[in-house]
Design a protein. Structure first.
Length: 569
């Protein structure tokens, strides 16, 4: 293979890697001591347990095919024009599968065809569901989702811009922790879990009340002070009370885990800001709602500003029950009337009659989420209406990232937040801010692997490969599970003909996530450069097992086999 071709493959693979691996693995240890599971609560709290078990929070994840909610397969075929892929979801006996087909075309001479079994679902079905599939206990997100309102299957959120069939998006704990409880991740991997990835589907009792073992032991022994060993969020001071809801309903523009911590280390009764920092823009973003923007939207509302600490999520929502559809209008109307009078409503009488005096329909309209297609969510900013339409303000052109709720963030946290914003918006100004902040953070915390990894990427982006390689090396030494740092370090080593070091690093990264398409292609390149065409072919075939639509792998494999065929003649 000519050097120019080698460089082109490195360039293609590097681009694919930066597009596919943005989120780093969550840091911090998983706390499992003291947890007993929700079933232990039944004996004393049977009525609450029964009602809560029917709520969307309790049903937000599980094994595919279980539970009362059933997807419809009447509209289970769809076409994604950008990738040219046809998808079909179907049920075979008790299992769900999705099939993918992309026919040969002028840009690709090979047909792609295959299927995967859907093993776990994410989402109660109230709005829709996404799915996970498992390969040797490594969890990956499926590109297909079910949308309840239209009753049809379509592409999963975040896959719309993909130009190929994407089957290698890892399900990291950062994505799973707000849908399931008592996760079982395998340490130092990106997306491997135990025999079952979580011990309890949905949000368990202990996610809001804390570990229950000591409480259960005291209550079982007849000690009347057992209530001191469990958290009642309603009795917490406001910031700690609100932290219980914010752990899953506040992400902001960027959520950064504190050094050595993550959402998995948070327990009810603690301050969420001691574990993660959620950043929002200094100027209000009025473009619409996001899936997890409920918390920050409520804090923007006039109701919250006027009520202060007296108003929280539980002022309107009961954590243990959800009103029946026929009761929802009056249920939430009464919540509004706890603070307001009928005479407070200045809306035109004809609109009030049209809406049936439904406060929520007028003041908390449903809008399509910015980050999820085919789904609508309630606007919790409670916008004032003019002529029946919510008022919208123009967003300021200059804005900065600030910690939500007036919290305090370290230099590292703010730098990492700007780095995320820069990637999401491809904004050079944010890249510059991130670079300056992270240089200071690295001086303050020279052993912070996440800071080292992100700063290395920024130096690489600026063309300083020597500085980038040194920082990547330090990041991997500090934490070998930093997958992005490992793959990129291997790339820079290979460019300097340090092939054996690159091979060792990439093979280690693949043991932590075997779906890394880029690392497989890189390995094949280096194996071939070292004269081992058999190992190169094996690496490409393995890459295509995980990513059958990988254009670099297909092209490389075709060229390799042609060359081997010519040599054998």
């Amino acid at each position: 293979m000519k050097t120019s071709a080698l460089q082109r493959l490195f360039l293609i693979a590097t681009l694919l890697f930066f597009l596919s691996v943005r989120l780093a693995p969550a840091e911090g240890n998983v706390q499992t001591d003291g947890y007993v599971g929700s079933s232990a609560c039944v004996a004393c709290h049977s009525s609450i347990y029964k009602s809560y078990s029917a709520t969307p929070m309790a049903l937000s994840s599980g094994k595919v095919g279980t539970g009362a909610f059933q997807e419809s397969f009447a509209a289970s075929k769809f076409f994604h024009s950008r990738s040219g892929a046809h998808y079909r979801v179907f049920k075979e006996q008790n299992d769900y599968y999705f099939e993918f087909i992309r026919e040969a075309s002028q840009t690709s001479s090979h047909e792609i065809r295959g299927r995967r079994r859907l093993d776990y679902f994410i989402g109660s079905g109230a709005v829709g569901r996404s799915y996970l599939f498992s390969l040797d206990r490594f969890l990956f997100q499926a590109p297909v989702s079910y949308y309840s309102m239209p009753g049809r299957w379509n592409l999963s959120p975040g896959y719309e811009q993909d130009e190929q069939i994407n089957l290698t998006r890892p399900m990291e704990t950062g994505c799973l922790e707000c849908h399931a409880s008592r996760l079982q991740p395998v340490a130092a991997t990106q997306n491997r879990y135990g025999e079952v990835p979580f011990l309890e589907g949905g949000i368990s009792c202990e996610r809001c009340h804390g570990p229950g073992r000591r409480h259960l032991a005291k209550m079982s022994s007849g000690q009347i002070d057992g209530s001191r060993e469990i958290v009642n969020p309603a009795k917490l001071e406001p910031l700690r009370r609100d932290s219980v809801c914010a752990q899953c309903h506040l992400t902001g523009e960027a959520r950064i885990a504190k050094a050595g911590r993550s959402l998995l280390t948070f327990q009810p009764g603690e301050l969420l800001s001691d574990h993660v920092v959620s950043f929002v823009w200094s100027s209000r973003n009025e473009r619409g709602v996001k899936v997890t923007s409920h918390f920050e939207k409520l804090w923007q509302s006039a109701c919250k500003k006027a009520s202060g600490e007296r108003l929280s999520c539980v002022s309107c929502h009961s954590p243990h029950t959800v009103p029946a559809e026929t009761e929802r209008k009056e249920y939430f109307r009464q919540k509004c009337l706890a603070c307001h009078q009928n005479s407070d409503c200045k809306q035109r009488i004809e609109l009030r009659v049209e809406k049936g005096n439904d406060c929520v329909a007028c003041h908390m309209p449903k809008s399509q989420a910015l980050d999820v297609g085919h789904a609508v969510f309630t606007d919790h900013s409670i916008p004032r209406l003019t002529s029946g339409k919510p008022q919208r303000k123009t967003e300021a052109t200059e804005r900065s990232l600030i910690p939500f709720g007036g919290g305090v963030a370290e230099t590292r946290d703010l730098g990492l937040a700007y780095a995320e914003a820069a990637v999401q918006e491809q904004n050079d100004a944010y890249y510059t801010r991130a670079f300056e902040l992270l240089k200071k953070a690295e001086a303050e915390r020279p052993g912070d692997a996440r800071v080292l990894e992100q700063l290395a990427f920024l130096y690489d982006r600026l063309g300083d490969e020597n500085k980038a390689m040194a920082l990547y090396d330090r990041a991997v030494r500090a934490n070998p599970a930093r997958i992005a740092a490992a793959v990129n370090l291997g790339t820079l080593l290979a460019r300097r003909n340090r092939f054996q070091e690159a091979i060792r690093i990439w093979e280690d990264a693949l043991s932590r996530n075997p779906g890394l398409e880029t690392a497989r292609v890189y390995l094949a390149i280096v194996y071939l450069q070292s004269g081992d065409s058999t190992a190169a072919e094996a690496a490409l075939l393995k890459a295509l097992e995980h990513s059958p639509d990988s254009q670099p792998a297909h092209k490389f494999l075709l060229d390799l086999r042609k060359k081997k065929s010519q040599l054998s003649k």
